[in-house]
Each structure stands twice: as structure tokens, then as C-alpha cells.
Design a protein around this ligand. Structure first.
Ligand code: ADP
Ligand code: MG
Length: 331
């Protein structure tokens, strides 16, 4: 997930070896396959084979004060809501139906009970809205900042989850909703696209899907890497949010749409026939934009608003893992 505080972080790309993704690749390469795990590390959620009960999707997210939200300026109910919503979004990205959640809290001792009750109010309201049962968790208090960890379980719909790895050359690349500028508020209030994903999955054969959490360009690169393909994206076709156009800084609205993250929209690929069909008649009236195509050659190209073809790097948030001990430098 792309944190909201360090907005400039997307520009300052950390070197590959120090990124969270290099660490995840490292874990992945050391984690043996397991017969009960058809989908393991590397997608938006894992798929577990749970005996006779069938298959179960599982995902976990951790949100930290000062990184993913600011407790001193936010109603804790919005923070609780966000914690559950980001995990619902990962289940949506697999076209799954969430059914249960487990929440772990590290509460600041100061005002701990009060904050916890507001967090719970936000979680309960969203859980009710999406028919998700809160089945457990863990509650701790400390002198550190608020941390919330949410785990959500889901079931695959239409028999199979949609993975990041199924994109094929020639596919249309589609995205739901609007992109960019979530820092102005949408990162707390976004609607996880659970119903939309299920409706799309029923209406068409989705080849690959991911939710836009790190940034459109970064998450597109995740999907391309998993699928072993490349892409071409047209800046003119990006659905740029009103917030992205309103932010007054050094970056253009297109750059915000490409790199901001925390839009929690669905980015997916389908055959051109299915793409035409979905765009002509979006199920449930979902807003869909056809932003580009998958190509066999690796790499990603952007046709900018002036019609120039430029390389599109994986703009977006990356957690940087420092080589030195941060404690030594008093950070
Ligand atoms: P998302 O943005 O969809 O939540 P992430 O980029 O956080 O996905 O994670 C990518 C993949 O790496 C996921 O499959 C996730 O479960 C896995 N992953 C992340 N951190 C760890 C970790 N510390 N141990 C094992 N798997 C991890
Ligand atoms: Mg995700």
C-alpha cells in the first residue's frame, strides 16, 4: 500500500535491492510450495485449499500512524474503516467475496479506550455493509503509535480467483473509477470494489487483475511482471479524478493519476471482444476506462498527452528498507 504522508516518495524511487518488493521476492524464493496452497505469495490474496470446505482467500494489511493515516487529525472511525477496506479491496482484486475479518490493534496508551471504540465503530459499519463477520483479533497497548492490522478471508466467485498473472498479448487494459489525488480524502473514504469485481467476473473472462494501492503505474508493473508481458498506456484515456486536477503542485494531473496510489480501483485485462462488450454495457453501470493494451514485449510505454512514446516506470509508493540500522541514526 502507498502511504499518504510522504507524498514525494513516489519520485524518490528506492534502489531495487532495498525495496519491500526485493524482500518479498527474497521470501518468495525461499518459501516452498505447499499442496494446500494453490496461490501463495505474490498476488493480492492467497488461496488455501481447506479440506472439504472448499477454497478460501486470505489477505492481511497493516496500517501505521504517520504513514497510512494521521491519528491527530483524523476521526479514528475513518481509520478503522480504512483498515478493513484495504483488505476488502485485496479480496476484490481476486474477484472474491469477503466473509470474515480478524483485527489486531496496537493502541497508544493515551486515550486508548476512546480511540479503540471509534476504530471499532468504523470497522463494524463497513463489515455490516459488506456482510463480513468480525471473528477475532488482538488488542495491545503501548507507548508507540497506533497500528492496525486487518486480515480478511473470502471465497472465490465464479469458481476461480482472478490472478495477477493471466494477462495476454493483445488484451485490453481497463480500470474502474477515477485515479489520483486520494491524499485529499479518498484514501479514507474509498469504496472497496467488491461488488464491481464480482459483477465483472460474471460478465466477462477476466484474464488478470490487481487493485491500485501503490499507484497505477506501479501496480500495472506488478501485473505485467507476474504475467511476463508488457503494455502500452494512453495518457489521454486515463480517468483523472477531480482531486488530481485540483492538487496544486509540481506534478501534472496525469502524473498524479499514474503515481499517487490508494485509489483502490481495479486494474484488469480482458480480450478485445470482452473489452468492447464491457465498455459498451458495463455491468451495474460501473465506470470503466480502456487505458491501453498488453503487448508481448516486456516493458511499459506511455503515449503522453502530446502523442510522444515514453517509457513508463513503476511510479508509485515503495517502502524502503535501509541497509544501516535506523536506530543508530536516531530515526
Ligand atoms: P498488496 O499491495 O496487494 O497488499 P503487497 O505488495 O503488500 O500486496 O504484497 C505482495 C505480495 O507479497 C502479497 O502476496 C503478500 O501477501 C506478500 N507479502 C508481503 N509481505 C510479506 C511478508 N513479510 N511475508 C510473506 N509474504 C509477504
Ligand atoms: Mg492489492
Amino acid at each position: 500500500m502507498r502511504p499518504v504522508v510522504l507524498l514525494a516518495g513516489w519520485i524518490a524511487r528506492v534502489s531495487e535491492s532495498r525495496s519491500e518488493f526485493a524482500f518479498i521476492d527474497w521470501i518468495r524464493s525461499r518459501t516452498p510450495a505447499h499442496p494446500s496452497v494453490p496461490i501463495g505469495i505474490g498476488d493480492d490474496a492467497a488461496l488455501l485449499r481447506v479440506g472439504q470446505a472448499g477454497d478460501c482467500l486470505i489477505t492481511v494489511d497493516m496500517l501505521m500512524d504517520g504513514v497510512d493515516f494521521r491519528l491527530h487529525e483524523t476521526d479514528p472511525s475513518a481509520i478503522g474503516r480504512k483498515a478493513l477496506a484495504v483488505s476488502l479491496s485485496d479480496i476484490a482484486a481476486m474477484a472474491g467475496k469477503p466473509f470474515a475479518a480478524v483485527i489486531a490493534l496496537a493502541l497508544p496508551k493515551m486515550r486508548g479506550r476512546q480511540v479503540a471504540e471509534r476504530i471499532q465503530a468504523g470497522i463494524s459499519a463497513l463489515a455490516l455493509e459488506f456482510d463480513v463477520a468480525l471473528v477475532g483479533g488482538d488488542t495491545n497497548a503501548w507507548d508507540g503509535p497506533l497500528v492496525i492490522c486487518s486480515t480478511v478471508l473470502g471465497t472465490p466467485t465464479s469458481h476461480r480467483p482472478v490472478r495477477r498473472s493471466g494477462a495476454k498479448a493483445g488484451d485490453w487494459i481497463l480500470v474502474t473509477g477515477d485515479l489520483g489525488g486520494s491524499i485529499l480524502g479518498e484514501h479514507l473514504t474509498f469504496q472497496p470494489r467488491v461488488h464491481e469485481a464480482i459483477a465483472l467476473h460474471q460478465a466477462a473472462r477476466l484474464h488478470a487483475m490487481i487493485d491500485v494501492s501503490d499507484g497505477l503505474a506501479a501496480d500495472l508493473h506488478h501485473l505485467l511482471d507476474e504475467s511476463g508481458v508488457g503494455a502500452i498506456i494512453r495518457a489521454a484515456d486515463l480517468p483523472i479524478s477531480e482531486a488530481a486536477q485540483r492538487i496544486d503542485d509540481l506534478r501534472s494531473p496525469v502524473e498524479h493519476a499514474l503515481g499517487d496510489g490508494e485509489d483502490f480501483e481495479l486494474l484488469f485485462t480482458v480480450s478485445p471482444d470482452d473489452g468492447r462488450h464491457l465498455c459498451a454495457k458495463p455491468p451495474g453501470g460501473i465506470r470503466l476506462s480502456h487505458i491501453g493494451e498488453i503487448r508481448a514485449e516486456r516493458g511499459c510505454t506511455l503515449i503522453d498527452t502530446e502523442g510522444r512514446h515514453v517509457p513508463l516506470p513503476p511510479l508509485g509508493w515503495v517502502h524502503s528498507l535501509e541497509d544501516s540500522d535506523p536506530g543508530e541514526r536516531g530515526v
